[in-house]
Design a binder for this molecule. Structure first.
Ligand SMILES: Nc1ncnc2c1ncn2[C@@H]1O[C@H](COP(=O)(O)OP(=O)(O)OP(=O)(O)O)[C@@H](O)[C@H]1O
Length: 326
């Protein structure tokens, strides 16, 4: 069964098509990463799914309930973690969560139990008396997650939960997300940190200019257009790394992807290892003192950037419409 089902969703802001006819399903119990550049349409989509905005067209079902027909029922199934918590001043962590628990209808002992459960899970007990609007980013995200979990939702929608977190807090968040997935919750999570999403998610949904451009597991993205993507090599040289940049700029079949302290990362066109061998020979011939030259795997960032590049190219050179039969 699909916990989230989206069909032909549109959302326009005046002439801007922020969400342009997207369709996708997220199976119950899976973790789906939602990826796209700034302004691609992630937050707009997630806000509609969370019943905070209306689509112009299309259908969304959460746990098989239509969000337009029965939004109140959908809200009982959903936990929403926005990218900005919208905190209140003069409220401790305890008061903040207690306020939301009361709003959700928890009473008496049941409310205390539920508050303790979510605070155990998010490790907030030591912060109960702290002002909720004066927490660090990592603590704030834990509070936001605790709030989203209060009603034990089946579906969790998280907009950029890892943004601004230090590496330790990101690892902790990743661990909590995996625990929630193991409990059988369905999670849709947006992030710019692709390497982390790849590890955490069962599948990834890529959106660009309001359209879904890829949906699959992280390997399917890495292999997408792989043949045309070229082979990547980490090159280390003695001396100034700029000499590798200058060499790459004048060499056919070679593109410098990233300059590094002792050299850089280059892409050699196609998937012909013999060509890569010639490239290495040319480097030595041209006087570069190469100390390392080894093949690197494409990561999700490379795959995503390649995909965006090929989309831009396709938009710049659209296939002309077929001529009518004479
Ligand atoms: N309320 C609004 N009024 C007008 N335009 C909007 C509104 N909300 C979003 N947009 C526009 O819609 C487009 C999609 O925005 P959205 O916030 O969904 O992108 P995003 O993928 O979440 O980006 P980011 O990663 O930067 O958060 C952007 O061009 C944005 O400026």
């Amino acid at each position: 069964m699909n916990a989230i089902s989206v069909k032909n969703l549109h959302r326009n802001f005046a002439a801007l098509k922020a969400v342009d006819g997207i369709s996708f399903d997220v199976p119950a119990g899976s973790v789906c990463g939602f990826v796209g550049a700034n302004g691609a349409g992630k937050t707009t989509t997630m806000r509609i799914l969370a019943t905070l905005d209306y689509p112009d067209e299309g259908e969304v079902r959460i746990c098989d309930i239509d969000i337009m027909d029965r939004p109140d029922e959908v809200r009982k199934k959903l936990g929403w973690m926005p990218d900005d918590i919208g905190n209140y001043s003069n409220m401790t962590v305890w008061e903040y969560l207690d306020f939301y628990a009361r709003a959700l209808g928890y009473k008496g002992e049941e409310r205390q139990e539920r508050l303790n459960e979510v605070m155990d899970f998010t490790d907030l007990h030591t912060l109960v008396d702290r002002d909720s609007d004066k927490l660090s980013k990592g603590m704030t995200q834990r509070l936001c997650l605790a709030r989203a979990l209060l009603q034990d939702p089946e579906v969790l929608i998280m907009d950029e939960p890892a943004a601004g977190l230090d590496p330790k807090a990101r690892v902790e968040l990743k661990h909590l997300i995996r625990l929630l997935a193991d409990e059988g919750k369905t999670i849709l999570i947006s992030s710019h940190i692709l390497s982390e999403l790849g590890e955490m998610c069962d599948h990834l949904l890529f959106i660009n200019s309001g359209k879904i451009v890829h949906h699959g597991d992280s390997d399917s993205l890495k292999n997408h257009n792989n043949k045309d993507a070229g082979l990547l090599y980490d090159v280390q040289i003695l001396g100034d790394p700029q000499s590798l940049c200058d060499w790459a700029a004048t060499s056919p079949y070679v593109e410098l992807i990233e300059s590094r302290k002792h050299g850089g990362r280059i892409k050699v066109e196609g998937d012909d290892k013999a060509l890569a061998a010639r490239v290495l020979a040319n480097m030595l011939r041209d006087g570069l003192e190469v100390t390392e030259f080894h093949r690197e795997q494409r990561n999700l960032e490379d795959a995503f950037i390649d995909m965006l590049g090929s989309l831009e190219e396709a938009n710049a050179n659209p296939i002309p419409p077929a001529l009518p039969n004479s």
